[in-house]
Design a binder for this molecule. Structure first.
Ligand code: TLP
Length: 345
């Protein structure tokens, strides 16, 4: 039996159609704005998200960083969920590089932050306070087990923010998972947000890249910040070509990943010592805990039986379904978990 890699949907390999498109990609120097394939990808991304414009960046981290730096100046404040990826996993780049002050507020288990809590965190105008400039949302929410934020919730946050002169950035690394799970167009899910970042390199299986989307003026400014952080690329059409194939062919199949994740979660719930509420799994991320065995020992034993998973600080374990993972791989993973849990003294 082969290795089942459930650490992340970032481990996906490009499809044969992507490799073919990369091989054939028409390219130019994007630093001079001359790569036709990058232009096509940026136009397609903006159109899929109902935004005026988009800029191709190297990663989700870069998309969020450039987005926040474009919204905020030094000493401005951004309101973030305390389970958000920008807060946990992006090296504090908005502070290090942008001098942006981070204000975390409580993330509910469904990935939202209560409107009252957000509103209370928005600062009044006072010479002693940083200026609240931005609120960041995350959809789907990674550390909240891939929960999808609804269009209604996002609209309410946008209304609240705009009512206070504050902008909204959406970390939509997995926005297409949310769209497929909620059966709405991604443009409806991001409506009203001032900027959105989404990743091609996760469930959509492209090898590299993310798009930062927003108004034409915002994206023009974002291009300067992309350049500042060294993100200007040259014949990037080679990788953009895979991104176009990702958007054109890899969105609908995300439903298979979600079905596999639900099946996985139900299987895990039936194993004594595994703590998970399977009915809460909406997309492709399955987060759980184990009892009776330390989480790191559990991970090691699983790895020894060919099943790779990832973890968050504090004993939260994660399995992510993706392109290349079939039902029989899930069965293999469940069997491995069963035998590890059955073997604990
Ligand atoms: N997430 C990765 C790890 O960093 C945890 C993963 O394996 O899930 N926003 C969200 C919500 C993300 O989940 C990620 C990546 C990013 C941004 C950053 O994207 P990259 O890895 O392209 O910089």
């Amino acid at each position: 039996m082969g290795v089942v890699d459930l650490r992340s949907d970032t481990v996906t390999h490009p499809t044969p159609a992507m490799r073919e498109a990369m091989y054939r990609a028409e390219v130019g120097d994007d630093g001079w704005g001359e790569d036709p394939t990058v232009h096509r990808l940026e136009e397609l991304a903006a159109q899929r998200l109902g935004q005026e414009a988009a800029v191709f960046v190297a990663s989700g981290t870069m998309g969020n960083l450039v987005g926040v730096l474009t919204h905020c100046g030094r000493g401005d404040e951004v309101i973030l969920g305390d389970e958000s990826h920008i807060f946990w996993n992006e090296v504090g780049g908005v502070s290090t590089l942008g001098g942006v002050h981070v204000r975390t507020v409580h993330n509910e288990e469904d990935g939202t932050m209560s409107l009252a809590v957000i509103e209370a965190a928005i600062r009044p105008d006072n010479v002693h306070f940083p200026r609240t400039r931005l609120i960041c949302l995350e959809n789907t929410h990674n550390r909240c087990s891939g929960k999808a934020l609804t269009p209604e919730y996002t609209r309410q946050v946008v209304e609240l923010a705009h009512g206070h002169g504050v902008s909204v950035h959406l970390d939509g690394a997995r926005i297409f998972n949310a769209a497929v799970a909620l059966q709405v167009s991604p443009s409806v899910l991001v409506a009203g947000a001032d900027s959105v970042q989404f990743c091609l390199s996760k469930g959509l299986s492209a090898p590299v890249g993310s798009l930062l989307c927003g108004s034409g003026a915002f994206i023009q400014e974002a291009r300067r910040w992309r350049q500042t952080v060294g993100g200007g690329m040259r014949q990037a059409g080679v990788i953009a070509a895979a991104g176009i194939v990702a958007l054109e062919t890899m969105v609908d199949r995300l439903a298979d990943d979600h079905a596999n994740a639900a099946y996985l979660a139900r299987g895990l719930a039936a194993i004594p010592g595994v703590l998970i509420a399977p009915e809460t799994i909406q997309t492709n991320i399955v987060i759980f805990r184990v009892q009776g065995i330390p989480w790191d020992a559990f991970m090691q034993r699983l790895a020894a039986s060919g099943v790779k998973i990832s973890n968050y600080w504090g004993g939260l374990l994660r399995m992510v379904t993706h392109y290349g993972i079939q039902r029989e791989d899930i069965d293999q993973a469940l069997e491995a978990v069963r035998s590890v849990m059955a073997g604990i003294e």
